[in-house]
Design a protein around this ligand. Sequence first.
Ligand code: IFM
Length: 458
Amino acid sequence: MTSSFPPGFRWGVATSAFQIEGATTADGRGPSIWDTFATLPGAVAGGDTGEPAAEHYHRLPEDLALLTGLGVDAYRFSVSWPRVQPSGRGRPERRGLDFYRRLVEGLRDKGIEPFLTLYHWDLPQALEDEGGWRSRDTAERFAEYAVLVHEELGDVVDHWTTLNEPYPCAIAGYAEGRHAPGAREGHGALAAAHHLLLGHGLAVRAMRARATSGQRFGVVLNQSPALPVTRSDADIAAAERQDTLLRRQFTDPLFGGRYAPGLTTMFDGVSDFSFRHDGDLETIGQPLDYLGVNYYYRLHVADAPHREPDPARRTAADIGVDTTRLPDVPRTGMGWPVEPDGLTEALVGLHHRYPGLPPVYVTENGCVYPDIVDERGVFADEQRIAYLREHIEAARAAMAAGVDLRGYFCWSLLDNFEWAHGYKHRFGLVHVDYPTQRRTPRASYHWYRDHIAACRTA
Ligand code: IFM
């Protein structure tokens, strides 16, 4: 397997700010929507919050050493918007920016390429108070923030990702209420999806106008292909609705020069689409240098009645589908079906659907299993190793089918705050004991290190 990856293929790991940094009130950081959401009763399992997370903000040298020990070529991380602009606008908080400069310079010193993400779900609460992503103004604020960070770190960062996974931001956050800010809306959630895309386009346009020649701009999308559970017309149509909501709502404007056909029909009576303005499609469809694909599982979709028959009260999550009928395949510790060929399908499908698709990275892939500690005290996560090996093989199969895949990032370097699940589920190659903050590399860390080394020498 190792010899099948071309020289220059990047092996990396990924994290995000809110999930690992902790230090939520340090050095002038303002509150984000996740700080607020986590205080709502029942919102996050166990009442967990962004504290302590992995205290990465205060343990940078130790975490840089873990990255060096792993031998990765690249590290994907996100900048916390409320650390840089505590109220979402205006002058930057210098201490927040200094942290990211230390991080990026530390990576560069060790020969690790920084892949910076500007937005991984932690909207400044002050902007949510003004409407959040429902509001067009938030897209403008995002572009200003992007330019600010780009001006500050453009000398040391070449890979600039605007958004991580706009789908859960909009739908889990503004329709299902499972994520911050916890809203259950129809029009508001669809407007949020549109404004996230608009903010992406405005940010790319503004950063590119100021960019140096080596800089690259991209976006990261979660891709769960939807398979109908039977070949009935109703289930096939349900799978198409699911795919329209989760994938094509984003990929069609970004790479296809159009809004996803069918989206307006699906939400007839739930939302008007007055948030779409003339010229938005062109802004959103800025040429990109890369697409990041996050893949964890495939969806199996059956037709189901709308949960809320009154269209006026339906949320944008209610599209008349049932995604609970899973095939008889192994599951991860979160109950997600393990289907590596879904990654090949996602990558090859994008390649065929969008002829001008930019080069692609797998920017997240990983899993959770209950920890098994052997008699020597080793976190023996053989299931994670098997999962990673099979998915890397699936990525290689996509390359063999013509996909221009440039790298693979494992999620995640460290155990972290898994959003509404709190600290219960652990994705890390490195175990974090939260009370002591002791870091212990799991067997998968050593396996991935050896895999990367073998690819280099193949
Ligand atoms: O932890 C998340 C990450 O923040 C976004 N992508 C999916 C991961 C696992 O759920």
